[in-house]
Design a protein around this ligand. Structure first.
Ligand code: ATP
Ligand code: LTN
Length: 330
């Protein structure tokens, strides 16, 4: 541990975690866990901002916990827990609601996109308020670093604004967190449409590789991924589809895009896609195997989450008390 510097991040248990989630978030969580005190949360309250079936949500929480462990997060070293089990998140969320401004939330592009999809008037108030709860998640733990994908940049900026504003109004209370958004893997695009983000709310599963997809399904999805005109395996703005596939290859192997281009000089898209399919399978098959094993013992997963919540609560409660005192609620 590095003198107690902290990391916080979370993923919604809204089903179907995919290669984008892995490259943009999970893989980087694993890479920081030896150097920081880490808090990895299953943000089930955030999932409620769009409609959820209670049975499915319950199952998704366990699946997410299994995936966290299966990708290599160690529940002894890192604190793995469920947001709803640490009530301080919603409590600090309220305090921050009183510091955040309507204008700021109205500018959030993720809210605008998601609200537009279902009709702005019927979007939940929770969806609008989503970034404030997200700020509370991180500020409660005074986290220094937040590893996320590119789509979270604006939420992170708002979180920093809220921390600074609170500190300015009430005195130094919160660490102002930094985003950790890497160059490779921070924005994985859909396999069937390289102009939109790989997303679990995509209209068809052809656009994303789920972390729990079977190897043959993965191979097929990669083989059928959209390609650009031409035939050279090179990244360029005119070739968004092949560029995306090169980035995925780079993210999974640690090779640079130019090293991969050299490797595939004179070869065709088909050869490259076949190998990429194997690279993805090599990474995901062991994760799938471990996750399925863990899911065989749901009680153990529940225990793991409960003991994580106990550890998280201690830290969260101290910060909340501090915020209460600063605001005159003591
Ligand atoms: P939705 O599309 O329904 O909003 P999502 O697929 O973006 O959901 P989240 O649970 O919101 O999934 O994201 C979890 C983490 O994964 C976040 O850090 C997010 O930035 C990252 N992430 C999600 N999709 C991608 C992607 N396509 N490329 C890189 N990172 C991503
Ligand atoms: N909004 C994030 C999930 C999330 C999060 C967080 C990420 C909720 N709270 C705190 C980092 C830190 C998303 O990925 N959609």
């Amino acid at each position: 541990m590095q003198g107690g510097r902290r990391v916080f991040s979370g993923i919604q248990p809204s089903g179907r975690s995919h290669l984008g989630t892995y490259l943009g978030a999970l893989k980087n969580w694993v890479s920081v866990q030896d150097d920081y005190d880490c808090f990895f949360c299953i943000v089930d309250l955030h999932a409620l901002t769009t409609p959820q079936d209670p049975k499915v949500l319950r199952a998704n929480v366990r699946e997410m916990a299994a995936l966290y462990v299966a990708v290599g997060l160690d529940p002894e070293r890192s604190i793995i827990f469920r947001q709803s089990r640490v009530s301080e998140h919603t409590e600090l969320g309220w305090l921050l609601n009183c510091v955040a401004r309507v204008g700021e939330l109205s500018r959030m592009t993720q809210f605008k996109d998601k609200a537009q999809k279902g009709g702005a008037d019927s979007a939940s108030v929770g969806l609008y308020d989503y970034p404030v709860l997200q700020a509370a998640d991180v500020l409660l733990y005074n986290a220094h670093l937040v590893p996320v994908g590119e789509d979270q940049r604006q939420h992170l900026e708002l979180m920093r604004t809220l921390a600074r504003r609170f500190n300015g109004l009430y005195g130094e209370t919160f660490v102002v967190p930094e985003p950790m958004i890497l160059d490779v893997g921070a924005r994985v695009m859909a396999l069937d449409d390289p102009t939109s983000k790989m997303s679990k709310s995509a209209p068809t599963p052809a656009g994303y590789v789920e972390l729990l997809d079977e190897p043959d399904v993965i191979r097929r999805k990669i083989r059928r991924a959209k390609t650009d005109s031409g035939s050279e395996v090179v990244a360029s703005p005119e070739k968004p589809a092949i560029t995306n596939l090169l980035n995925i290859y780079a993210g999974l192997t640690g090779l640079s895009v130019s090293e991969i281009e050299t490797r595939y000089e004179g070869k065709r898209y088909g050869d490259f896609k076949k190998d990429l399919g194997e690279v993805v399978v090599e990474t995901l098959a062991p994760i799938r195997g471990r996750a399925l094993e863990l899911l065989d013992d749901p009680r153990e997963l529940d225990d793991l989450l409960e003991s994580g919540a106990e550890r998280a609560r201690k830290v969260a409660h101290a910060t909340l008390r501090d915020a209460w005192t600063r605001m005159g609620l003591d």
